[in-house]
Design a protein around this ligand. Structure first.
Ligand code: SF4
Ligand code: SF4
Length: 334
């Protein structure tokens, strides 16, 4: 029977500065042995989700700042990082390095706040990556890890643990399996182009529900939301070149709410989750198994991911801080 991986936990309840979330995060960091991973002059990537424009439940930058200061005390060279989106939304504000830097700064993720650089790990258009072979992968046989993360000596995944539309929960595995992948890496995980398992290609299509240009004031956005121009709205209806869909999910929030584009197949959901786990493994492999640490901040646990441009109320009260070397164990514990 495999040995169980230790997970260190501090509860969210607090009665003093010593038991607050910042102190608890550092206590978990130390207890999990993360200081031993960091040697003098090591470049240390602190991977966060910087939050979508107008999302308010993403992690406050004080946690990343505190970790960056701790890394510097240990002799390391920290940077805080995130990657661009596919875009996942018609109104995405993180789909290029220019956009994500503007959004991140508005959300407090700037070098002035962090005391270290904030870097877009996969470059201006998400093409800066490292291909990782995955012969042991369950679904994926290769993954594309953002070069800024693949090149780091040490990776600390500082994760906001919350709900997620596909993964059901967004934890450490998703922070690596999606959040550390380049643009083509994200397409890869979402099975872009696969007839059965692509999130886009397997979605139901109900053109009979479309009101067309004459009846819908969003028809222009409906056509513009797809980077490949696959939706064609006429006066009375719509056609979709679904067979060319790459699963970028740019149409979310536009023609899903009107019922024209339906849910992906259940199989696509399951396969994507397995692919997230494979891609997470790729990140651990390329950085090094003994040089990756995971922190889950289980606070502000909204139903949706920080990728959406709003925040619902929390589903449960704040839980606390988890730290581990094992992404499966920490997500299971949280
Ligand atoms: S698919 Fe929906 S959003 Fe698009 S034009 Fe038709 S009714 Fe409007
Ligand atoms: S139809 Fe496919 S390629 Fe076009 S926006 Fe939707 S998911 Fe992206």
């Amino acid at each position: 029977m495999p040995e169980k991986s230790p997970v260190y936990f501090r509860p969210a309840r607090s009665y003093s500065q010593d038991t607050g979330l910042v102190a608890s995060m550092l206590a978990a960091f130390d207890a999990a042995g993360f200081p031993d991973m960091i040697h003098r002059h090591d470049v240390v990537a602190i991977k966060v989700h910087c939050g979508e424009w107008d999302n308010t439940s993403y992690l406050r930058p004080v946690y990343a700042r505190t970790l960056a200061d701790r890394v510097k005390e240990l002799g390391g060279r920290p940077f805080v990082t995130d990657t661009i989106t596919l875009p996942y939304s018609a109104r995405a504000s993180r789909a290029s390095a220019l956009d994500i830097l503007i959004t991140a700064e508005r959300n407090g993720y700037s070098s002035a706040v962090l005391g270290c650089p904030f870097i877009v790990a996969d470059g201006y258009t998400g093409r800066d990556d490292v291909r990782v072979e995955l012969p042991e992968g369950y679904i994926l046989k290769e993954a594309y890890v953002a070069a800024g993360i693949a090149s780091a000596d040490v990776l600390i995944a500082l994760t906001h643990f919350k709900g997620h539309g596909i993964g059901m929960m967004g934890g450490s595995m998703k922070n690596l399996g999606i959040g550390c992948q380049s643009r083509r890496g994200k397409h890869n995980v979402h099975m872009g182009g696969h007839q059965l398992y692509s999130v886009g290609m397997s979605a139901e299509f109900h053109p009979e529900k479309c009101k067309g240009r004459l009846g819908c004031d969003r028809w222009e956005l409906c056509e513009a939301c797809c980077p490949w121009g696959l939706f064609h709205v006429s006066d009375t209806g719509i056609t979709w070149e679904q067979e060319r869909c790459t699963s970028c999910l740019g149409h979310l929030g536009v023609n899903v709410s009107c019922g024209v584009v339906g849910r992906p197949s259940a199989a696509a959901w399951e396969v994507t989750n397995a692919a997230i786990a494979d891609a997470c493994l790729a990140v651990v492999k390329v950085v090094g198994r003994d040089r990756v640490g995971f922190i889950n901040m289980a606070i502000d646990i909204a139903p949706q991911c920080d990728c959406v441009n709003f925040s619902d109320t929390a589903m449960v009260p704040n839980v606390g801080v988890f730290a581990s070397r094992d992404p499966v164990a920490i997500d299971a514990a949280a």
